[in-house]
Design a protein around this ligand. Structure first.
Ligand code: IVH
Length: 674
């Protein structure tokens, strides 16, 4: 039991860390806040039963948030903490009980606020003048975003009050209203720029712009909700509600949705009242926050490592609405993966208009039995793509037909194939399918494949969009004239064009293994490609393979064999291969791959100590790539000992057996000598 819990615990740790990175560092969350909270809650529950498992890097021990190295660091004068979450009324009941027990009071006053869905920020004012602004970062050190914050009109440069503290850190949330978010995305679209997924990401992306002129073009808002350090302490008001009112006098915007209540019932009433008007608010919130109103009582309750005991966020469940499925369409991803998407009658879910929802895959559609014309419940969980939760069966029309995955790709009309044991259906069009073409050519040109230098993603995209190329084989037909006529190149780019042409020409001098790898056949990585090259010896032979011959190849099982056969059965893939062959790109397996002449070929090498630049794995792959054999222990048969720093007994043994000792640079010289 405990073993399973430990495995689950480690899984949760890893997941939460990854999601923290995605959210805080890349402003690009991959799960909803709700799902994140569920993971976090499970982690905390396990930690409660197994406190001995908790290490200092557990997410529970620190405030999430990674600093982005491009801004200068600012140390907060008092730490910026986060809030514990309550997901249901039981959590709130026990929060109320804990507050009463911890303070020895029978009744507690709480200040209720909204939980704004933006990002926390700390503003330092000295003698009433704005000095600097910092993001939360890891809670102790944040990023200096002063120049960007200066572009937010609702943040006063000078506090309006005369009764000013010598120094004060004002804490609050920077966010973007629905209207400003819409305006920004309309503008992004007009300019052909990437649109933001939601207001929170737009706010975070705008605040963390290195160029504050860009921030100035985006409308950000700010609500103050707390104070960090304050000097003198006597300037701190007695209650939180008093503080909120003082913020207004100082010239800050504060949210008018706030209340003081004195019981658990009062908390729940506030939650429900706000829940009812959530969709009418002009900005996103993901819950409400309850804080013990009296600061003396707050101090008494104190903190528990990452969050205060005197406050809690009561989160809303993800927003849900009912709408109708207008159509089920298929999207073809870059690797041919087919994702069914529901086109929906537009509906506002949690303040955002939803017109599409992912249906994940065929089995999900069948499991939920989603049909065109059905009324469905759609959930938009904060930051992720909306999804269809379930069908309102009572309203199903008798003519609604069961969903069937079409046989042909909607883009290129190749066969759609689902391999045994896989949930994802894929278009078998490969190089032929425009949806996959770009990715396929990028793979074809990449370093480990045909290694065409200077042929990057942008160039490939433009060449495909203008139909200059359609398949990898077309690259070898390009001439100087076509390249010069191509939009992207102007006369200054003559050199670029001729460099590209010679890189394309040079790529012909390759090994069969690399050529096979570059075709991008599913499940055929570098090693399998090498094995196939050794066995079939030419590209033409590969066109004639069958299941029996394929499974005789080392490490090729039925899955890989089938994938190769499917690829080779598509006439357009055969055509590309034939074109490559007819253009003279059909290297013999042993021309370049022949390592028998290499000084390391067949030599047994032992590695010891720490090498100055290479990792052990890198050294092994270099040696093996030159035909050498890496062994773990020294014997009379060892040819070389590759020794780095702090080499121990192996070095002594090698010396006693008069085995040649190599340094890293000597090894590299030998490898390059061929
Ligand atoms: S108080 C010590 N009040 O929620 C407590 N936070 O998980 C400090 N937030 O990073 C936070 N609305 O970005 C507080 N009314 C509110 C809030 C709020 C949103 C965010 C804030 C913080 C996170 C806490």
């Amino acid at each position: 039991m405990s073993n399973t819990a430990k495995i689950r615990y480690e899984y949760l740790l890893e997941q939460i860390k990854l999601h923290d990175l995605a959210y805080y560092k890349f402003d690009n969350p991959t799960i909803s806040d709700y799902e994140y909270d569920e993971l976090y809650r499970e982690l905390i529950n396990i930690e409660k039963s197994h406190p001995d498992w908790i290490l200092s890097d557990s997410p529970s021990q620190k405030v999430s948030g990674e600093n982005n190295a491009t801004f200068t660091a600012v140390e907060h004068l008092s730490p910026m903490l986060s809030l514990n979450n309550g997901l249901n009324s039981l959590d709130i009941e026990s929060f109320d009980r804990r507050c009463k027990e911890g303070s020895n009071l029978t009744e507690i006053e709480y200040c209720c606020e909204l939980k704004f869905d933006g990002l926390a920020i700390s503003l330092l004012y000295e003698n009433g003048f704005f000095v600097r602004a910092a993001t939360r970062g890891d809670g102790l050190v944040g990023e200096n975003v002063t120049n960007n914050v200066l572009t937010i009109s609702s943040i006063p440069r000078e506090l309006k009050t005369t009764n000013r503290p010598t120094r004060v850190e004002i804490r609050g949330e920077v966010f973007m209203s629905h209207q400003d978010f819409k305006d920004l995305n309309d503008r992004q679209e007009r300019l052909g720029l990437k649109k933001f997924a939601n207001p929170r990401n737009a706010a975070a992306g705008s605040l963390r712009q290195l160029d504050h002129h860009i921030t100035a073009q985006r409308k950000l808002s700010f609500f103050a909700y707390g104070v960090g350090d304050i000097v003198p302490e006597s300037k701190r008001p007695r209650t939180h509600m008093e503080l909120l009112n003082q913020f207004e006098e100082m010239g800050f915007d504060i949210c008018t949705e706030k209340a003081v209540v004195n019981s658990y019932i009062g908390l729940i009433d506030f939650y429900e009242r706000i829940g009812r008007k959530r969709n009418l608010l002009p900005y996103d919130i993901d819950g409400v926050v309850y804080k013990v109103n009296d600061y003396k009582v707050q101090n008494k309750l104190g903190f528990l490592s990452r969050a205060p005991r005197f406050a809690i966020a009561h989160k809303f469940p993800p927003a849900e609405e009912i709408t109708r499925v207008l159509a089920i369409e298929l999207q073809v991803g870059r690797t041919g993966a087919i994702t069914p998407v529901a086109r929906l009658e537009p509906v506002i879910v949690g303040g955002v208009t939803v017109t599409n929802a992912t249906l994940h895959n065929e089995s999900e559609i069948l499991r939920k039995d989603i049909r065109v014309t059905d009324q469905v419940i759609v959930r938009r969980a904060g930051d992720v793509i909306p999804e269809v939760l379930s069908v309102v069966m009572a309203s199903r029309s008798i003519s609604a037909e069961l969903f069937r995955m079409p046989n042909l790709c909607p883009i290129c009309h190749s066969q759609i194939i689902k391999l045994d044991g896989e949930v994802i259906a894929r278009c078998s069009g490969g190089l032929f399918c425009p949806a996959q073409r770009k990715q396929a050519i990028m793979h074809f040109a990449s370093r480990k494949a045909m290694n065409i230098e200077g042929l990057g993603e942008k160039l490939i995209e433009q060449m495909i969009d203008t139909h200059l190329i359609n398949t990898p084989a077309d690259l070898y037909r390009l001439g100087f004239k076509e390249l010069m006529e191509f939009d992207r190149m102007d006369s200054k780019d003559k050199k670029l064009a001729s460099n590209l042409l010679s890189a394309i020409e040079n790529s012909k001098k390759t090994t069969l293994a690399k050529l096979i790898f570059s075709l991008g056949i599913r499940h055929v990585g570098e090693t399998t490609a090498k094995d196939l090259a050794k066995r079939f010896k030419s590209l033409s032979a590969l066109l004639e393979v069958n299941f029996e011959t394929l499974i005789q190849v080392k490490d090729v099982g039925p899955v890989v064999a089938n994938s190769i056969l499917i690829f080779m059965s598509q006439s357009h893939n055969r055509e590309v291969i034939n074109q490559l062959i007819s253009m003279g790109i059909d290297p013999l397996v042993d021309i370049v791959d022949d390592l028998t002449e290499h000084p390391l070929f067949g030599k047994t090498i032992v590695i010891t100590g720490t090498l100055p630049t290479l990792s052990r794995d890198q050294a092994i792959s270099l040696i093996e790539g030159s035909g050498g054999i890496v062994s773990g222990s020294i014997s009379k048969k060892t040819n070389y000992l590759l020794a780095g720093d702090s080499a121990g007994s192996k070095l002594e043994k090698a010396i006693s057996l008069t085995i040649t000792i190599l340094s890293e640079s000597e090894l590299l010289r030998m490898i390059e000598s061929k």
